[in-house]
Every structure is written in C-alpha cells, then in structure tokens.
Design a protein around this ligand. Structure first.
Ligand code: ZN
Length: 78
C-alpha cells in the first residue's frame, strides 16, 4: 500500500476509518492468505491475510496508528 498525499477530497474516494476503540491488533481485513499490507507511513499492518493483491481504486484506509490515508493502488489521474 502507499500513502495518499495530500488526502483526497474527491467524492469518488471511499475512506474506511477505524473504530474509535481499536486495539493494537486491529486490522481492516483478516484473511487466510499470505499477503499482509502495511501502512505506507508507519508500517502497521492494515490488511492481513489477503490471497492476492487486487487493485481497488477509490478505496482508502485510514491508518489507526498514524491516520495516514492508504490506497491499494494509485488514484487515477484527474
Ligand atoms: Zn500508519
């Protein structure tokens, strides 16, 4: 994953935010696959156990550790 800077304000982007009471083990997804996707800023794992890396445009994950917005693939050029 990589960090989206600056955070996009476009309505096409859907941001997944962590709940307020996240513990250190919180991940947005937890699966049986071999891939872990860490935050591009602090390295905290946000998506765990993916089977394969699928580009998901316009989907952002806010890191519960450092609040950086992470994208699985780059946003499309404006
Ligand atoms: Zn982070």
């Amino acid at each position: 994953m990589h960090i989206v800077v600056p955070p996009p304000g476009g309505v096409r982007d859907r941001v997944f935010r962590p709940p307020a009471d996240t513990g250190p083990g919180f991940v947005f997804m937890d699966g049986p696959g071999p891939l872990d996707l860490p935050c591009g800023s602090c390295g905290r794992v946000l998506l765990r156990g993916l089977r394969e890396l699928l580009p998901v445009p316009h989907l952002l994950f806010e890191c519960p550790g450092c609040a950086a917005l992470n994208a699985i693939c780059p946003p499309e050029p404006a």
